[in-house]
Design a protein around this ligand. Sequence first.
Ligand code: PLP
Length: 392
Amino acid sequence: AHTLSERINRIEVSATMAITAEALRLKSQGIDLADFGAGEPHFSTPEHIKQAAIQAIEKNYTRYTAVAGIPEIRRAIVDRHAADFGTNYAPEECSFTTGGKLALFNAIEVLIDHGDEVIVPTPAWVSYKDIIQFAGGVPVFVETSEVENFRVTAAMIEAAITPKTRAIILNSPSNPSGAIMAKDDLYSIVRLAHERGIYALLDECYVYLCFDGEPVSGASVTECKEHIVVLGSLSKTYAMTGWRAGFALAPKPIIAAINKLQSQSTSNTNTMVQHASIAALSGSQQCVADMRAGYIEIRDRVLEGFQSIPGLTCTVPQGAFYVYPNVSAFFGKGGVNSASDVAARLLSEAHVVCVPGEPFGTADHIRLSYAVSSSVVDKGLERMRTFFASLT
Ligand code: PLP
């Protein structure tokens, strides 16, 4: 037997990746799945972004760069953020990373010590817990309520603060619920964090996928900049999940620490991806608006379909591309007793892929990613209708 480190034994394989693996296994057996599992756009990366990468290769932009990325990508990131949110980050306050996940991982590694607490409102993205625990930190979950549309308030955060609290992670729009924080709540929590000397880690992975009104960033509260760390990603905004492009924006000493860590792990992010990302951030943003319009259409199609499934209830997602229906009305019926049971049976009997709510921190829900074609939506809804009807 191999003896692995205590550190690696502290974490688990990402629950969403485990589902993806099982779905791939069934697919390889020729089974036709309605796949709402993976959280990634079904759109292809826009053409001008792909062309920028092809040109980068042809121009032999194939060598190492500065660990934080070339000056032009850092400039493109801070300019985009300044234009959209009124922030004032300098290129030295920016690091380009191999996906938003690495930006978060790096930030947690450089800010969190053993025993430090990080407040995480739930339901929350599955990886927060493990990334915090890998650093030796302790996730402190703050439950939100479905009847209040998963609202997070400053009072809720304040009640969870202890002398050991070092950071708060905020994710709006939210994976898994699609909820968007009210601007007042977001700003109040950023101010609270600043007053208490706690870092507000703003996961802005879905910030541009908001369906009513303009995107909102907590970093717009610029007087609190000292305690704000923005974790950004191009994955969902520009349909670039496989490229692995993300970034951190933070005060210079934090970025310097992130760069130091990155200098001993990945070094710079793929050089062609840096050039493609410049094209994404500096080019026309019409592609983002077009994809957002597409998501709104699919969301409405899904919600309409849910209305014909008696027992299923669902908050209206205001952003991202997830729905988070409550399936607790079916517990105790047909041998189903938990969200995990529902997800497992949907997969094995209905060939519908979704993720159960438990890893996100709620027991009554399943998460469906609706970044899929309308034919998959229609097929999936029909199968769900049949499956849930069979449980009564
Ligand atoms: N944050 C949230 C809430 C996510 O859902 C994801 C991806 O699913 C990420 C961050 C990281 O995305 P990436 O590493 O592709 O930028």
